[in-house]
Design a binder for this molecule. Structure first.
Ligand code: PEP
Ligand code: MG
Length: 766
């Protein structure tokens, strides 16, 4: 095993040098003396061990780097010499979190001479940043009278010692670690953009989904114990990564194969584990050694301006954090640790169930490094009313835990540590949004009717208990898609029939006679249920096209039977609208209907009250179904087109893969022709058809759907206002004619021509 290999000779002399210092420092740290006395001792020890005439520690206080202790410079300068971040060599080290190794210090362009220190006597200079939580909180420097370049061994020793110093300094409270006040790196305001996933605006503080581990102890008590800890952490991490790469099942959606393969490569990288072992040899704990190696990598990578390498860095950071969390036994996410009041959550990617673990009153926004428009986590966030910006790069490097963030997805902007003008711009945007929202609220009781008198049915998508209020708030015509699997996703165990029934009844009661279309569970794909794991033999290469939705329900029919009974009993005395997801062939619908009928008879035999009417629907999400509508439609009361899945299958483009998120367009002729053909056939069979995918919630896309004959949309509640405003400004007959012409040919994508038509015809789009 790599973690047990012996280090190379130069590494071992660096380790030996550091180890000697660390043993002495350990005693100092344990002593019951004042922090200043400890620091004074520390500079003496380092100076002696490295035979340097000068050793100084600068720490950040009130935004300035202050000389806290020195051996060799004038003592009168202690607590007097102060440099701003970026000023002088020390300020440069802290600002850039970089190491300086200079034969002639005064030759460096950033050199700033401070006469009170008496440093004119010394020529050579080496300094390393003292880093805590990825930020420089100070600098440790040595100087010599004679000009000389320091050896790698000395620099390594200094860096290792600086790690330990960070612990001492932090424990002694010598620097203020409040992220709001003390900053060395990434202090300024930054603006990022990404992919707009869920519109909205939010103000809050940065919280990482996987919090960084704070290292409490840096000096090892027993090197063999630390070596063993790192050994088993590596084994555990590699096991996890192997499982992830081998598992094409739940929970890996979004972490594309390539990413996982890179992960795997790094996880098994011999150099990485060897360097960690060397750091342990130098006397660091397992945690400190992992962090030490990561710091060094970070510093090296910072000097390389190559986006590909930056991406790799991102993987390494992730992996290093994973290893750290394993070794420190801190495996929980921020959800388990409890959120602060206004949180903007940052994650590489999340599963829908992971998002649902968060307290929605405190969670104000979400930033994903990956993410795509129709991934279920996006849909859940939309349902929760949480704005989401996806594909934001480099969050770990640019955002500090606790930073103030202003998230304006509407303008595709993320303000990090905003300046006053940014804050003002954000506030005025917020005021505009609120004004618009008020205008939409005023439409609540107005019908969704086009200028030429066509009534459009606007329903909402729902799935969580809290969504029930959306009907009342929006004035929608009903719930066109109730995703019953959400209850399964938020639950730690399989929800029993009684619990399901209670939810369905509450939804029907709250709907007060407006129709509710319950969709039977669509689990599988990226909707992971930890309690419904499949056996290893069932692992799937491609879960979105695998054993999910109706396929799983018909095989695990105990699950579907319980749900059927829960739905039938909840709708006693009323109409039950039920639809089945991912129907691919008509026989699947027939079996699902038969199962419902059996359950109905079973209840009937026991004199239970039944629904007055059961109406059956199917989702058209699998393109093949469009070719068998002549068999299917006579068996159906309604059809609902699920454009999220339908488009991923039409384009063979994984809906959760961030790399494909912007590649294909809902307004391509391919999709619109396909849907218009389905609409026409449904018309022939007089079966009502609607659209319930995310596409219908965007005003231009919704307009296109109306233009090809759709009259029922089930959309996210936040879209009801904007879509209704669009409907009420639309001449549908004119649009239909225009769409018919456009679809005949000429352009392969209708986005531009439709936007232009809307503009020329005064249609209100948002
Ligand atoms: C769809 O696929 O369009 C749909 C509405 O279902 P879901 O997003 O839940 O897969
Ligand atoms: Mg679907």
């Amino acid at each position: 095993m790599e973690t047990n290999r012996r280090p190379d000779p130069s590494a071992s002399s660096a380790a030996a040098a550091a180890r000697k210092i660390l043993i002495r420092l350990h005693e100092v740290m344990a002593a019951r003396t004042h922090a200043q006395a400890k620091l004074n001792k520390v500079v003496e020890i380092i100076g002696e061990e490295l035979s340097s005439e000068v050793c100084s520690v600068y720490l950040l206080r009130e935004g300035m780097l202050e000389l806290f202790a020195t051996r060799g410079l004038k003592q009168e300068a202690v607590h007097v010499t102060r440099l701003a971040p970026g000023e002088g060599l020390v300020g440069t080290i802290a600002q850039n979190v970089e190491t300086l190794n200079l034969e002639e210090a005064s030759g460096h362009p950033d050199f700033a001479y401070r006469p009170e220190t008496g440093e004119e006597l010394f020529h050579s200079f080496a300094g390393v940043p003292i880093v805590r939580r990825e930020k420089a909180i100070g600098a440790l420097c040595i100087q010599h009278v004679d000009p000389r370049a320091y050896q790698e061994v000395e620099i390594e020793a200094l860096q290792t010692v600086a790690m330990v110093l960070a612990e001492l300094i932090s424990n002694a409270g010598l620097v203020d670690e409040n992220p709001g006040e003390v900053r060395t790196v990434e202090t300024g305001a930054t603006i990022l953009s990404g992919l707009q996933l869920v519109m909205g605006m939010a103000r809050g503080h940065a919280v990482f989904h996987q919090p960084r581990v704070t290292i409490e102890h840096t000096v090892a008590e027993d090197i063999e114990v630390e070596r063993q800890r790192v050994y088993s952490a590596f084994a555990k991490m590699r096991e996890q990564i192997d499982r992830m790469t081998g598992q094409a099942e739940f929970g890996v959606e979004g972490e594309s194969r390539e990413v996982l393969e890179t992960y795997k490569m790094f996880a098994y990288d011999e150099g990485w584990s060897r360097r960690i072992n060397e750091a342990i040899d130098a006397g660091l704990t397992a945690e400190a050694a992992i962090e030490r190696v990561q710091q060094r990598t970070r510093m090296r990578m910072r000097q390389i301006d190559d986006p590909l390498l930056q991406d790799r860095m991102h993987d390494l950071e992730d992996l290093s954090n994973r290893l750290l969390r394993i070794v420190a036994g801190q495996l929980g996410t921020a959800a388990q640790l409890g959120l602060r009041q206004d949180t903007i959550l940052i994650a590489r990617n999340l599963g829908p169930a992971e998002l649902l673990e968060y307290d929605r009153r405190r969670l104000k926004g979400l930033i994903l490094e990956e993410g795509s428009l129709t991934a279920h986590v996006t849909i859940v966030a939309r349902a929760m009313g949480v704005p989401v910006l996806g594909r934001v790069k480099n969050t770990r490097a640019l955002i500090n835990d606790g930073d103030l963030l202003l998230l304006d997805v509407n303008q595709n902007r993320l303000y990090i540590r905003p300046s006053v003008p940014m804050d003002e711009a954000f506030e005025s945007g917020l005021a505009m949004t609120q004004k618009r929202r008020a205008a939409y609220a005023a439409l609540r009781d107005k019908p969704a009717e086009t200028l030429d008198g066509e009534r459009i049915e606007l329903m909402v998508n729902a799935g969580l208990r809290d969504d029930i209020g959306a009907l009342d708030v929006t004035g929608a015509d009903g719930i066109g898609l109730f995703r019953t699997e959400f209850q399964f996703l938020v639950s730690a165990t399989l929800p029993q029939r009684e619990r399901q029934q209670r939810l369905y009844k509450d939804v029907l009661d709250a709907a007060g006679g407006k129709p509710v279309i319950f969709r039977t569970v669509d689990i599988g794909g990226d909707k992971a249920l930890p309690y419904l794991r499949k056996t290893d033999n069932d692992q799937e290469e491609n879960p979105a096209m695998g054993w999910r939705a109706i396929r799983l329900s018909l095989e695990r029919d105990g699950l579907l039977k319980a749900q059927a009974r829960a739905l039938l009993e909840a709708a006693a005395g009323r109409t039950l609208n039920v639809m089945f997801p991912m129907i691919s062939e008509p026989w699947e619908l027939a079996q699902a209907k038969a199962l419902f009928r059996e359950q109905k008879e079973w209840l009937d035999r026991r004199d239970r009250k039944l629904p007055k009417l059961v109406r059956y629907g199917a989702m058209l999400e699998v393109p093949a179904l469009a070719e068998t509508l002549d068999f299917l439609l006579p068996e159906l009361d309604f059809l609902s087109i699920g454009t999220n899945d339908l488009t991923q299958f039409l384009f063979a483009a994984d809906r959760a893969n961030p790399k494909l998120a912007e590649r294909y367009d809902w307004l391509s002729v391919a999709i619109l022709r396909f849907i218009s053909r389905v609409v026409r056939t449904c018309g022939e069979y007089e079966v009502p058809v609607g659209v319930c995918g995310e596409m219908g919630g965007r005003t231009l896309e919704a307009m296109a759907l109306l233009g090809i004959g759709i009259r029922r949309l089930s959309i996210t509640p936040a879209s009801v206002g904007p879509v209704k405003a669009m409907v009420r400004t639309l001449d549908l007959a004119a649009l239909t004619e225009h769409c018919t012409d456009l679809l005949k040919g000429g352009v392969p994508n209708l986005r531009e021509p439709l936007a232009q038509w809307a503009d020329e015809n005064g249609v209100e789009l948002s």
